[in-house]
Design a protein around this ligand. Sequence first.
Ligand code: SF4
Length: 392
Amino acid sequence: MKSLGIYIHIPFCKQKCLYCDFLSFPEGREQQALYFDALKKEIELSAGECKDYEVTSVFIGGGTPTYPEPAYIADIMEIVKRDYNLSKDAEITIECNPGTADYKALRLYRDAGINRISIGLQSARNEELMALGRIHNRKQFEECYADARQAGFDNINVDLMSALPGQTLRDWENNLEYVCGLEPEPEHISAYSLIIEEGTPFYEMYGQDSSAVQGASEKNNGKGYLPLPDEDTEREMYHRTKEILEKYGYSRYEISNYAKDGYECRHNVRYWDCGDYIGFGLGAASLMKGVRYRNTPELPHYIEAYNATRTEVQELTKEEQMEEFMFLGLRMVRGVSGDEFKKRFSCEMADMFGDVIAELRGEELLEVTDEGIHLTDYGMDLSNYCMAKFLL
Ligand code: SF4
């Protein structure tokens, strides 16, 4: 039986963070109730098309899935368990923001079968949290983390974000040390850099181009905004992340993701492996049998039509599937397997990408092994440059 991942999107947040361009917004209880009705129907009605799959991961993301009433999530989990071939050891994750889930709620998620929680801390410094427009402070994170442990979660991710307004290298190092010093320490840490996305308040504050943050920060210094770190500091933060997390026993397995042995996020690895997944809820994306789909991002339309809003976006050609397989696979430290490439596409990786592989190898950005290819540390630093080379 082929394996499948399920993504479930919960688009509600208490308030919008200043940097956020995800499909999320504050909505009242009435809209939330209508949304969950539609979502439940969509999940029920889609079970037939997934009957030949074994579901090995479920990811409930957002938005803030722990913001609406927890009973909604428990109802959804009941449907998934009842109507889908959920494997016994499936990884089932919920995203959570501190301040939105107490012990009782966390216990309910755990009892519903959710076995992994991803907590959005972003920073351990209250000044940085305020600058980001987050709803919580460090103390609320500590309560949430302790409650999650007590509720029985033994697989916890903590999200951190670097290159924040006003952040120094030392501040970032302290944030990493703080998370590694939690007791017991988290099994997984995601460490992303802040990206200034168009359409967000940060874009108004920090300028037009996130690649020009140094210029942007200088430009805005006179306006009273905390400046963003310059590019050199940002690079240094990136390097120190790996050094510090490795010191505490975390291995980098993807550009921005670190885990203790055996705790890599299986759902995200599925995305990077180009495995099949189905997305439920507002704006959710799916990739099944080489075809990409997306649900409507319009809330009234989704509430009205749920199951009929999934539209085919693109049937990927063989070349497009090869490109994706390469540049998503190269995000991972283990890289791309030559055997897997041949199994999927019935041709040798070297026949399709031999020239690029030789070029990147010559620049010491990529290594070739008996199993396949992977980026070097230097290649990971220049991952955008390397991945662009694999576009056919
Ligand atoms: S909590 Fe997450 S999804 Fe919600 S506004 Fe903040 S960054 Fe966006």
